[in-house]
Design a binder for this molecule. Structure first.
Ligand SMILES: Nc1nc2c(ncn2[C@@H]2O[C@H](COP(=O)(O)OP(=O)(O)OP(=O)(O)O)[C@@H](O)[C@H]2O)c(=O)[nH]1
Length: 275
């Protein structure tokens, strides 16, 4: 499926077309509710009429789309969420042009879509690496990691990556968060390591990078936590800072319990989902 105002890929595909039947264009603009309504209709129709013919549904948005309303559809629409599960958000980054888009200064209250697409991603394909120098690639990679420290990044030419990298991602799968968080806390470049006596901030890797209004932070705290206090903290954080947050994932060790607690939170304009 593709969202977009001008259906260019659609006409290209239609002209070659034994596959056209499997590609659905949704071109009613980018307003969240319009897109969501269409998306819900398409998804339900696919499930109803062709459920035995596919394993995955791939939704391609235009480069200008905010991914949030699409992600939101899978959590908020009851009929959809009962029938299809969001596997993950994959963002294809054009190594040659991405920096320019990430740096574009938008008017106040207008979000930079390129930054959002990186921020929401579970997987990032950093494509066209043959068109940039090693230094450019390094600067861009650092910038992307600064915006989103959780996503796995794969460098590619002509979009060539293993199928496993883009399908079966499990980005919203609570069971996989445990391992993701462990990997992340050992290698994230933007982690905050808190140990008893106060926070020590390790952001020195990024001192030379253009400041980004969107960034990811991880907190590693040794010891156990009180569940009620964690609940209160999350509630307060969402209430006070909800508008500034995109996603949260975590694994907690709780006082008096030898089980690991895994949580994730998605925050969209006026919607919070805690699993
Ligand atoms: N040198 C080089 N060219 C590439 C690579 N990947 C794609 N291209 C070329 O870039 C051109 C434009 O392709 P894309 O940027 O992928 O276009 P697209 O994604 O279909 O465009 P939108 O969906 O409209 O964003 C085509 O001629 C591709 O062959 C790459 O890794 N290296």
């Amino acid at each position: 499926m593709q969202f977009g105002e001008v259906d260019i890929d659609g006409s290209l595909v239609a002209s070659h077309s034994s596959v056209s039947e499997d590609i659905v264009m949704v071109n009613n603009g980018c307003l969240c509710c319009t897109v969501r309504g269409d998306l819900v209709k398409m998804l339900l129709e696919l499930v109803k009429k062709k459920r035995d013919k596919f394993d995955h549904i791939v939704i391609e948005t235009t480069g200008l789309a905010n991914p949030a309303p699409v992600i939101e559809t899978f959590c908020m629409d009851e009929l959809v969420s009962r029938r299809v599960k969001l596997d993950g958000v994959v963002t294809l980054v054009d190594a040659k042009h991405a920096m320019q888009h990430l740096n574009e200064v938008k008017p106040r209250f207008v979000v930079n879509e390129a930054v959002e697409q990186v921020a929401y991603a579970d997987r990032i394909i950093l494509n066209k690496i043959d068109l940039v120098t090693e230094t450019e690639l390094e600067v861009l990679t650092n910038r992307i990691k600064h915006i989103n420290g959780m996503a796995q990044i794969k460098l590619a030419k002509f979009g060539s990556v293993d199928m496993d990298f883009v399908l079966g991602v499990g980005g919203y799968d609570l069971e996989r968060i445990d391992s993701q968080v462990q990997v992340d806390s050992s290698c994230s470049p933007s982690h905050h390591h808190e140990a008893g006596h106060g926070a020590e901030h390790h952001n020195h890797h990024h001192d030379h990078v253009h400041d980004s209004t969107v960034s990811s932070v991880s907190i590693v705290y040794e010891g156990t936590l009180d569940l009620d206090e964690v609940d209160d903290w999350l509630e307060r954080l969402i209430e006070e800072k909800g508008e500034d947050l995109y996603r949260m994932k975590g694994v907690l060790s709780i006082n008096g319990s030898d089980q690991r607690y895994v949580f994730q939170v998605f925050i969209f304009f006026s919607f919070v989902s805690i699993l």
